[in-house]
Design a protein around this ligand. Structure first.
Ligand code: NAD
Ligand code: MG
Length: 404
């Protein structure tokens, strides 16, 4: 569902609902990750308002078991079935249902009574359970941006059909969402801020030799490995342009990426009269996570506040798409439309992992993505099954290109 300011009838939760006394039941897909663990901190800080009803992880069963013991959800899922026996045995003394496998992720969001599903898994794997949740009428707190990159149009259609709201968790999109709260006029321009990542000031020559360890040191945010590499290549920002298009119904030529190394302005919206509204704050993902859970209310938090007198220089630069070609490729994929963003996402997942494992050089990532875009089968109006096929095909092509 798009949050254009016109869509007054699309308010995700009525205020009355926000004030009810029962804690909101939350499913966290990917509870052991960076977003997932921060979401649990938010839940722990507001036990009267939120409860963790479903927790899931891919491999880290020990942490998942620990989380389950603390938060007592109705169900847990371990996607990697190899860890099922260990997880089941470790929770045998508790009344918690334990499931395993990718399909169980979909079944558990469909079958459990939850008020909101936080999609905090990484990559294309987030798409099927997000669709399952929407079809079951569960509101989505969207962290898994790859879902919107791959299939934004399809997701929007399903959200309309099943009357399901999407609350953005990505900090930029939360900032945009907060900037349009209360507005009735359309967006003229989105100003999507980017930190520029650890290589912002590097020359092309320097970029030739950067290592995964260097890329993993993000200046402002502490995130999972995949998104941290995507931030270094600026593919993350490209994905966020695509995410913004589908969430807010704004065409890419009206989404301006602005490099802002301090990450204090989390993004902004410009309106027809030239007025610009932004959301600012200390970089802390718990703020947008908490707002997605509590919307339309704001709850108290103990998170750090901005200190206006130590914040000397807020600077803004034009992004350089010559050095950071992934950003240009993401725009291009939007221009082409159809399954092209899905192709880019799949190729990116392959090269991102390869770079992390030392099998691909930094600048090579964009080359391989571009060549995959040229080779993969283009489909103008893809169905869900087409996306599954495209994902497989593009991964295969990117992996072959990587080897040759
Ligand atoms: P992460 O790697 O720290 O955690 C990922 C979580 O998903 C883990 O719990 C893992 O077990 C689970 N997971 C991974 N692959 C899975 C699979 N195939 N099946 C089932 N579960 C799987 O990642 P993260 O940094 O928390 O990012 C999660 C999502 O949120 C990503 O889409 C990312 O782009 C987005 N996001 C993250 C941040 C951030 O600050 N970390 C900010 C904005 C958006
Ligand atoms: Mg972001």
């Amino acid at each position: 569902m798009k949050y254009t300011p016109h869509s007054k009838d699309q308010t995700p939760f009525s205020p009355r609902e926000g004030q009810r006394s029962e804690p909101k039941q939350i499913a966290i897909l990917g509870s052991t990750g960076s977003i997932g663990t921060q979401a649990l901190q938010v839940i722990a800080a507001h036990p009267d308002r939120f409860a963790a009803r479903v927790l899931t992880a891919n491999n880290r069963w020990e942490l998942l078991a620990e989380q389950a013991r603390q938060f007592m959800p109705a169900a847990v899922v371990i996607a990697n079935e190899n860890y099922y026996p260990a997880l089941r045995d470790s929770l045998a003394d508790l009344p918690i249902a334990v499931y395993a496998g990718a399909d169980a992720l979909c079944q558990v969001v469909e079958g459990t009574e939850v008020d909101i599903v936080l999609t905090a898994m990484v990559g294309f794997a987030g798409l099927p359970p997000t669709i399952a949740a929407i079809k079951a009428g569960k509101p989505i707190a969207l962290a898994n941006k790859e879902t919107m990159v791959v299939a934004g149009e399809l997701i929007n259609g399903l959200c309309r059909k099943y009357q399901v709201p999407i609350l953005p968790v990505d900090s930029e999109h939360s900032a945009i969402f907060q900037s349009i709260m209360g507005e009735v006029s359309p967006i003229e321009r989105i100003i999507l801020t980017a930190s520029g990542g650890p290589f912002r000031t590097f020359t092309r020559e320097q970029l030739e030799t950067v290592t995964p360890a260097m890329a993993l040191k993000h200046p402002n945010w502490d995130m999972g490995a995949k998104i941290t590499i995507d931030s270094a290549s600026m593919m993350n920002k490209g994905f966020e342009v695509i995410e913004a298009k589908w969430l807010f119904g704004v065409e890419p030529d009206r989404i301006q990426v602005v490099v802002h190394p301090q990450s204090v302005v989390h993004s902004a919206v410009q309106f027809a009269d030239g007025a610009v509204k932004a959301q600012l704050g200390v970089p802390d993902m718990r703020v947008p996570i908490q707002l997605a859970f509590s919307f339309p209310e704001r709850l108290h938090s103990d998170f750090d506040r901005l200190d206006w007198f130590t914040m000397h220089d807020l600077t803004f630069e034009r992004p350089d798409t010559e050095r950071f070609r992934c950003l240009a490729l993401a725009y291009e994929s939007l221009q082409q439309g159809g399954n092209m963003p899905c192709i880019v996402n799949a190729a990116n997942e392959i090269v991102n992992r390869a770079f992390l494992e030392g099998r691909c050089r930094f600048l090579e990532m964009a080359d391989i993505i571009e060549r995959t875009m040229q080779r993969a089968t283009f489909i103008k109006q893809p169905s869900y099954e087409d996306y599954l096929e495209t994902d497989k095909e593009a991964r295969r092509i990117a992996a072959q290109l990587l080897q040759s």
